[in-house]
Design a protein around this ligand. Structure first.
Ligand code: HEM
Length: 426
């Protein structure tokens, strides 16, 4: 046993393999401190996205029963109208900007992942298992999030379920790791002042002192200073921030939102803004949306079927409202249409708890969505018929689509053909 412990196999299990003189608890702690600020923001805004889907209503829950993992759910408000654009913009933008920090953090801590002997005691085995969970769930959450934001799905599982449950595994492992490592972090950060370190160039870069397994026992000559490592990491992080933020912030930054699949302005016409799913990709035909199209409204004392001409003859309202997508982009446009609450009144709906919205689309998870009574009751909640003074284009949901303030874009159902006001409470 002793022989096994004292003779690591060649390669990464031998401490001498790790020769960088900048690796050590201080660098790992600085990167850890940055993650300690950034990760909670990404986690909290991720949970808010789940809340914004209103999972307790009708058809909205797409991940099954999460048991106790939905204790924080509350009714998602409609004001301010940019709320979801803000929370989801932060989730995606900060998540992407943290990537270089996570990768350099893993690089800095790498020797510890190859500790030898791999298991020393039951307590050590538990610690290693929690680390394995931390590293694998980190990679999983970041990879699935980034692929999803790029509308690229190289997997067969449900993204929503996997990212939701994966997020809980990740945060449990993260909190445990942070609690165990905060004392080391505080001690290490006291040993070197950040400002002093930022003044030290390559010539003054020497290995840290101490017993940590992260410190190279046989360091090579430095090829980069700690200042250099932090500058490259911070620069990459800020660069990603700048290349992503424009998809939510808009303005001149939208021009450089190169990483956002729908981030840049698409032209000057009234309908030239981001489209996630086109009509043709979901099999919506011109015949379905043509003269024979009708909106059916159920749940009241009157059966109502309206053509687009009849809808246009009703009182029209115009509001400037954002469409904010779960992939992080958002865009504010001027929508015109009929208030949802006017349609309820027309159908003779006296009281209701939720509104089921159905679309012509037959494929896709979001062919229906359920809105709360609070969302329907907001005076700005529309069945939109026009945008920026023009008819909706086929890809933006012609003949009619839902636009509700602060509602996630996937619930702003396009090609709506049926509304059902429902009473769910006795
Ligand atoms: C995405 C999140 C994170 C990942 C993937 C990660 C990964 C790792 C790994 C693999 C290790 C080596 C094993 C160990 O010593 O436990 C480590 C060490 C460490 N981490 Fe993290 N970490 C993360 C976040 C944090 C945070 C938020 C802090 C702040 C408290 C932190 C502080 C530290 C410290 C102080 C060490 C030990 C340095 C030493 O042993 O000398 N880490 N981290």
């Amino acid at each position: 046993m002793k022989l096994f412990a004292q003779n690591p196999p060649p390669g990464p299990f031998r401490r001498e393999t790790w020769r960088s003189p900048v690796r050590g608890p201080w660098l790992t702690s600085v990167l850890g401190a940055a993650l300690l600020v950034g990760i909670p923001v990404v986690f909290a805004t991720g949970l808010l996205s789940y809340v914004a889907y209103e999972p307790a209503l009708g058809s909205n829950n797409l991940i099954g029963d999460p048991g106790l993992l939905d204790f924080y759910v509350f009714s998602w408000p409609t004001s301010p109208s940019w709320l979801y654009a803000l929370t989801q913009g932060l989730h995606v933008t900060i998540g992407i900007a943290l990537v270089p920090i996570v990768l350099v953090k893993l690089w800095s801590a790498m020797p510890k992942l190859f500790e030898w002997p791999p298991l020393r005691s039951p307590a050590h085995a538990l610690e290693r298992a929690s680390l394995a969970l931390l590293v694998s769930s980190t990679l999983f959450q970041f990879a699935t999030g980034i692929f999803n934001a790029q509308l690229y799905y190289p997997w067969k599982f449900s993204f929503l379920s996997a990212h939701f449950y994966g997020g809980w595994v990740f945060i449990a492992a993260f909190v445990l790791h942070a609690v165990l490592r905060v004392p080391t972090m505080r001690r290490s950060l006291r040993e070197r002042r950040l400002l002093d370190e930022l003044r030290r160039g390559l010539d003054e870069t020497t290995p840290e002192r101490g017993q940590s397994a992260l410190i190279a026992p046989a360091p090579s000559a430095p090829t980069i200073s700690r200042r250099g490592v932090l500058a490259v990491t911070g620069g990459a992080s800020l660069g990603l921030l700048a290349l992503t933020a424009g998809q939510s912030v808009g303005g001149p930054l939208r021009e450089i939102a190169l990483l956002a699949p729908h981030g840049r302005d698409l032209g000057d016409g009234p309908n030239d803004f981001q489209v996630n799913k086109t009509a043709s990709s979901l099999g919506i035909t011109a015949t379905q949306t043509g003269a024979d199209w009708r909106l059916r409204v159920a749940g009241g004392t009157r059966r109502v079927e309206l053509s687009r001409t009849q809808l246009l003859a009703m009182a029209q309202q115009t509001y400037e409202l954002p469409i904010a997508c779960v992939e992080g982009w958002s865009t504010t446009q001027t929508w015109t249409g009929v208030r949802l609450r006017d349609l309820a009144a027309l159908a003779g709906v006296e009281s209701f708890d939720e509104l089921l919205v159905e679309s012509l689309q037959e494929a896709g998870s979001f062919r229906r969505a359920t809105l709360s009574a609070g969302q329907v009751g907001d005076r700005r909640s529309l069945l939109a018929l026009r945008v920026n003074g023009a008819d909706l284009s086929p890809d933006h949901g012609f003949p009619a689509r839902i636009v509700v303030p602060a509602l996630p874009g996937v619930h702003c159902t396009k090609w709506v053909n049926r509304l059902e006001f429902r009473a769910t409470r006795a």
